[in-house]
Design a protein around this ligand. Structure first.
Ligand code: GLP
Length: 265
């Protein structure tokens, strides 16, 4: 895996947005096939989404031929609840870009048959041709999408019961009350994310430092599902100085040196 270390979240967000736009434009230049993009929620990707919105408005990239699949959604939360991931994505991205509504896919946490919804989601991803790029964030405990600690690294889209830790962390979006955070979510699996041809994970701020250390320096383990990235041929974690605070100095220097050397080529 690669680590792109920027001074702060704003610089990391710009890097990620420009990287995604370049990937969309590169595919558009060589084929009329759609670009299949995995997307995430959380506070972390907002800066990246803001820059992508600016780039769409400036004509620097278009989402007209992008098909997106979001990684997760709460179970039982009304779609129009302000904290549903449907609401979040429309507010933070889809309402401001040119992606056709028919190309937007988000898991239905209110489906009558949740298991069938998960199976259909995997089928729809495969029918679209699989992910060109998956953009993700990471939870404080190293979870990717809603793949909580001890989720199998071979997992696919399924129903997940959230840990108390995650409900407490996400309580800030629900009036500070962990009990108001839905107890379950639908989530793509670790293997669903890692099936993407390219994976870009954003990790900003000191609260992500432990997750980053476990994912980068620890063993590949279900304990920290982001560590599955170690086995991906084209995985990049975009982080800021605060998020690498728990890495060994030697690891930090290694990733900085690799990036500097590649920039010189
Ligand atoms: C939730 C989401 C994850 C996200 C994580 C971190 O658990 N399911 O996809 O990465 O929150 O959120 P934040 O970016 O707000 O720190």
């Amino acid at each position: 895996m690669k680590l792109i270390i920027r001074n702060n979240a704003a610089e990391g967000s710009l890097w990620a947005a420009h990287y995604i736009a370049a990937a969309i434009n590169a595919k558009a230049a060589r084929t009329s096939e759609p670009f299949v993009l995995g997307l995430c929620t959380g506070s972390t990707p907002i800066g990246t989404y803001n820059e992508l919105i600016r780039m769409v408005r400036a004509g620097e990239v278009s989402f007209k031929n992008v098909i997106s699949f979001n990684m997760d959604e709460y179970v039982g939360l009304p779609v129009d609840h302000p904290e549903s991931y449907h609401s979040f994505m429309h507010r933070q991205l889809f309402d401001h870009i040119d992606e056709p509504a028919a190309n937007i896919h988000i898991l239905d946490g209110n489906a009558a048959d949740l298991d069938a919804e998960c199976v259909a989601y995997e089928e729809a991803i495969a029918a679209a041709g699989g992910f060109d790029l998956f953009l993700g964030g990471v939870g404080e405990d190293g979870h990717i999408a809603f793949n909580e600690p001890f989720s199998p690294l071979c997992s696919r889209t399924r129903v997940m019961t959230l840990t108390q830790d995650t409900r407490e962390v996400n309580a800030r979006f629900f009036g500070g009350n962990p009990e108001a955070v839905p107890a379950q979510a639908l989530t793509v699996g670790v293997a669903t994310v890692l099936s993407a041809r390219e994976v870009v994970i954003l990790a900003f701020g000191p609260r992500k430092a432990r997750a980053l250390r476990d994912a980068v320096e620890g063993p590949m383990s279900h304990y920290c599902t982001l560590s599955g990235m170690q086995n991906h041929p084209a995985g990049t974690i975009v982080c800021d100085e605060a998020a690498v605070g728990e890495l060994k100095v030697s690891s930090y220097r290694y990733f900085k040196a690799v990036e500097a050397a590649e920039n010189r080529l």
